[in-house]
Design a protein around this ligand. Structure first.
Ligand SMILES: [Zn+2]
Ligand SMILES: [Zn+2]
Length: 296
């Protein structure tokens, strides 16, 4: 039996089999695992539906899903989670979030704003998985295709951060997800030295994160990817800390084994950089609150 540790929580993850075709565990099993680990708060952030078939995930295409099916599944996610929030209220605080996308590039904002409202979504996790119509984190193959379509890694990375910056400004998500996800298929030795214009757009993006009052997550899913480190990298953590951007924790779980995965490492990483406090989302009187939690 683990004892309750205030910083042992996650606000991005809990992707479940019923509502995500690349997840492996039923939603209620994920909750039971979080309770078993004595997590005080667990935030669910299911992938948002996409309203055009061009942006279906590969496994959804295989299963012949349509945007309509995904939208129905979104409402079913909202209802199911509401029931389970009540059922387990004396054991754990479950939060109902949504991981939004940036597609279609020209009209994702009104579409997601409407879903957030209609689904009574409690908080938003903002992600960029697509850059100029290319899915960048699904497989090594699609990533390499995105690199060549942009005439090289540097251009792709710049386009990624431009997309991320626009998302931050227009959606103002509570949490900015896996900030440097674009590096996920690179092996550590493949990371290039960042050119000044790349550093510049990264810094501009972080400034918008700060201006728009967003929280930056330490996402442990990178430990499971070729890059083999937590997102984001140290230089981004430093710059964020300098700007006064708060951090939070994300296990990005897609099955019960990933619940709480790598959070000790994330804590150690922040402590090693002199960061001793993070933000935990919580709920009081049906409203989402931001609690400062000590890592010590
Ligand atoms: Zn996923
Ligand atoms: Zn994501």
């Amino acid at each position: 039996m683990h004892k309750t540790v205030p910083w042992f929580f996650s606000v991005h993850g809990g992707h479940s089999k019923e509502f995500c075709d690349h997840a492996d565990s039923p939603l209620e099993d994920i909750i039971l695992r979080a309770i078993e680990l004595n997590m005080p708060v667990y935030g669910f952030s299911e992938h948002a539906p996409r309203n055009h078939e061009k942006y279906l995930y590969p496994e959804e295409i295989e299963l012949q899903k349509t945007p309509e099916i995904l939208i129905n599944s979104f409402y079913s996610y909202c209802n199911t989670l509401e029931i389970l929030q009540e059922k387990y209220v004396s054991h754990i605080t479950l939060l109902k979030g949504l991981e939004i996308e940036v597609v279609p590039p020209d009209n994702y904002v009104p579409f997601y704003q409407q879903l957030i409202k209609e689904g009574n979504i409690e908080y938003v996790v903002g992600s960029v998985h697509w850059v100029n119509e290319h899915m960048t984190d699904f497989s090594e193959e699609t990533f390499r295709q995105a690199v060549s379509a942009h005439n090289g890694l540097e251009n792709l990375m710049i386009a990624y951060y431009q997309t991320l910056k626009n998302m931050v400004v227009s959606i103002k998500p509570d949490i900015v997800a896996h900030f440097d996800l674009i590096t996920c298929f690179l092996k550590p030795e493949e990371i290039p030295e960042y050119a000044p214009n790349l550093i510049h757009i990264i810094e501009e993006t972080l400034e918008e994160v700060k201006k728009n009052n967003c929280i930056l997550e330490l996402n442990t899913s990178g430990l499971r990817k070729p890059i083999k480190r937590i997102f984001p990298d140290l230089s981004i953590i430093h710059k964020s800390a300098e700007l006064g951007i708060p951090f939070t924790f994300a296990d990005d779980s897609h099955n019960i084994h990933q619940v709480g995965y790598g959070l000790e490492k994330a804590r150690e990483l922040l402590l090693s950089q002199g960061i001793t406090e993070i933000i935990r989302l919580n709920k009081s009187q049906q409203k989402i609150s931001r609690e400062k939690i000590s890592l010590l």
